[in-house]
Design a protein around this ligand. Structure first.
Ligand code: CTP
Ligand code: ZN
Length: 140
């Protein structure tokens, strides 16, 4: 499938297949007025399939969200039709108010002003746990 190249903006590449829509929402790209495309199940050299997001405008991204989803995601900065920079997110140690604890008995359900905080407890497997009740984080 051919989807147009962009002139100035960003291409978020190597998103694990199936995670593009989630990322689209988490990065609040639905709020943008410029051209935004989400490509699902593109062919990839590295993985079986991947998702890609293209935004025809430069904007600040939340790299913690990207690193939480997958540190192999590549953000390409495009200027005048050329890739001028490739940035890979790092895996964040701490996630604050990015994901919410699903444990109904967690203190964060009763103490609503507490920040929802998760820490990386297993870097190899990308496992995060709630700092209050140790419940494992699910996807965003
Ligand atoms: N891209 C784009 N518009 C441009 C330039 C690039 O949409 N003007 C997109 C390409 O389609 C690709 C991504 O940006 O999805 C990265 O481009 P490029 O670095 O040229 O591709 P690869 O070398 O395949 O990247 P990688 O090695 O990171 O897989
Ligand atoms: Zn909790």
């Amino acid at each position: 499938m051919i989807v147009g190249k962009i002139d100035n903006g960003i291409v978020i590449d190597h998103i694990p297949a199936g995670k593009g829509m989630e990322l689209f929402t988490d990065l609040k790209l639905d709020k943008l007025d410029c051209h935004v495309v989400l490509i699902k199940n593109a062919d990839s050299k590295k993985h079986a399939k991947k998702d890609i997001i293209k935004v025809n405008e430069t904007l600040d991204l939340n790299y913690d969200i990207l690193g939480f989803i997958d540190p192999n995601i590549t953000v390409n900065i495009i200027k005048n039709g050329e890739v001028i920079e490739k940035v890979c997110p790092t895996v964040p140690e701490v996630l604050v108010n990015l994901i919410f604890c699903k444990n109904p008995r967690c203190i964060t359900t009763t103490e609503q002003e507490l920040p929802h905080e998760f820490r990386l407890t297993d870097r190899e497997n990308g496992i995060y746990r709630c700092i209050y009740c140790e419940t494992k984080a699910e996807s965003v």
